[in-house]
Design a binder for this molecule. Structure first.
Ligand code: BG6
Length: 490
């Protein structure tokens, strides 16, 4: 049975030794590779979590090995979490090589075979497809032509397809070349420490699960506003939009962790089964319950069509039609260029049926009790409730119990999501990856929205999105911006 172990809660020597690996990174000069994958691999190497390995970068850029190493160095200097020393860089970079896509399957095969010759035994291959969904089928076929399928696993980036038909076609194409056990469809939100903590919180405690249902929960919000713009990703983003980029992947995956029944074991099949049941109970997205927004000025981003109606913001109400959640709305929101960056799940509990407190006591005036997960790398958790304000009479204040990972001294042990997932894929652990069935079902429920999207509404940069989002959530209110900030550690 595969277990959901955290590789850093034990010393690297205690982590099971992995066989040597050759990582082939498609899209090696792209935004994700620079921001996350190359710095992440460097971190894994520094933490002693990479076995003996070589990294072969490839992309459409006609650059050579030296230029790739320079690009990787700049990316690591900019995005790695700690300063990169010369010794560390020398160790890491001597294992980096590059072959342009123009070299074709022959060139790729030659580059991989050459570096494999430098490693002992028969190394495993890990192909990381950090490329748009439209290019994925072609790369899979190229890997077959290059004869790089044996001993290989393949990580496929999201979005996996752009709608039901394309996801089914992509699954068919990949299955013609790779077996399911070789395929790792990545959704990096599931690699976040805080996302996995939802599983621990729900299923390792007897306290919360009994109230985790329609009897006690009034509604749920999954809210991921971002201050960043589309930046240099105009071309990708304009053909993708916020719904495909964030909702059909990350937010709905998090929703499954929140909403699923207790899995029978902490292993991939049991977890996927429960997540897929949630997806099967998810009702088709009703376009009347969706607000699409676009930030002012988006259309002048390089790569974006001047008359684009792609959404950079989306908010929606989802319905899970099963016994546990009937009648409990799930509100999802995400967008670029918003007022704040945050990633929260907020659970609003039902209010008591009767109150003995006088109207001027303050009871109920600060909203219902909430359980809030902050999905930041240094995750936080808060449970808010009404309590007595000290002194005479009975005045009620909103109080909270809070947990912050950074107060435990364990923050340094956190693996960034991509690091964790690359490590898991190398270990063959599918627990935190998504399945073909799950993804196809999510595209299926999305079809009404993809086919008849509501008009995009413009919103001011630095705002919380179009004003119609208030009607979407009424009679409830959006939790963000918080009325009270998180408690700062003393
Ligand atoms: C990516 C999206 O998958 O997730 C980006 O393509 C988004 O648009 C990013 O900004 C958010 O991830 P994180 O880990 O920074 O919250």
């Amino acid at each position: 049975m595969t277990t959901l172990h955290s590789p850093t809660d034990v010393s690297p020597e205690a982590v099971p030794a992995l066989p040597p690996q050759v990582l082939v990174l498609f899209g090696a000069t792209g935004n994700l590779a620079q921001r996350k994958l190359l710095p992440g691999l460097l971190h894994l190497a520094r933490a002693g979590l990479l076995p003996e390995h070589r990294i072969v970068g490839t992309s459409l850029e006609d650059i050579d090995e030296q230029q790739f190493r320079e690009l990787a160095r700049q990316a690591c200097d900019k995005f790695a979490r700690n300063r990169v020393t010369e010794t560390e860089w020398a160790e890491f970079s001597k294992r980096l090589t590059y072959v342009p896509q123009s070299a074709g399957p022959g060139g790729l095969s030659e580059a991989v075979t050459r570096v494999e010759g430098e490693l002992p035994g028969l190394p495993r291959r890990l192909h990381y497809l950090s490329i748009p969904p439209s290019a994925a089928g072609e790369v899979v076929n190229m890997l077959a032509e290059a004869n790089l399928v044996d001993r290989a696993r393949i990580i496929m980036e999201k979005p996996f397809g752009t709608d039901l038909a394309s996801a089914q076609l992509l699954n068919e194409t990949v299955h013609e070349v790779f077996s399911e056990y070789q395929i790792f469809r990545i959704d990096h939100f599931l690699g976040k420490e805080a996302a996995q903590n939802i599983l621990a919180f729900r299923f390792a405690n007897g306290l919360f699960e009994p109230i985790w249902n329609r009897e006690h929960i009034e509604h749920v919000q999954i809210d991921v506003p971002e201050t960043i713009s589309v930046d240099d990703r105009g071309t990708f983003y304009d053909s993708t939009g916020a719904y495909r980029d964030m909702v059909v992947t990350h937010l709905l995956q998090i929703l499954a962790f929140m909403a699923m029944e207790p899995p029978t074991a902490l292993e991939p099949r049991a977890i996927s089964e429960e997540k897929n049941k949630v997806f099967r109970s998810l009702q088709d997205i009703d376009v009347r319950n969706v607000v699409r927004g676009q930030y002012e000025g988006y259309r002048s981003t390089p790569g974006v069509a001047p008359d684009s109606d792609t959404e950079t913001f989306v908010a929606l109400r989802c319905v899970i039609d099963n016994w546990r959640w009937a009648g409990v709305p799930f509100y999802l929101r995400t967008g670029k260029r918003m007022a704040e960056s945050a990633r929260i799940i907020s659970i609003a509990f039902r209010e008591p049926p009767k109150s003995m407190f006088p109207a001027n006591s303050g009871v109920g005036t600060k909203g219902p009790d909430h359980l809030t997960f902050d999905l930041a790398d240094a995750s936080k958790l808060s449970l808010s409730f009404y309590g007595k304000h000290p002194g005479p009479g009975m005045r009620l204040d909103k109080l909270s119990l809070q947990f912050a990972l950074h107060e435990t001294g364990q923050e340094g042990d956190v693996l960034e999501a991509y690091e964790r997932l690359i490590y898991d894929a190398m270990s063959g652990d599918h627990t935190l990856f998504t399945t073909a069935e799950g993804i196809e079902r999510l595209w299926e429920v999305s079809t009404p929205l993809l086919e008849s999207p509501p008009e995009v509404e413009l919103y001011r940069q630095g705002s919380w999105g179009p004003s119609s989002i208030r009607d979407l959530i009424a009679p409830h209110v959006w939790r963000l911006p918080f009325e009270r900030g998180w408690r700062q550690s003393r």
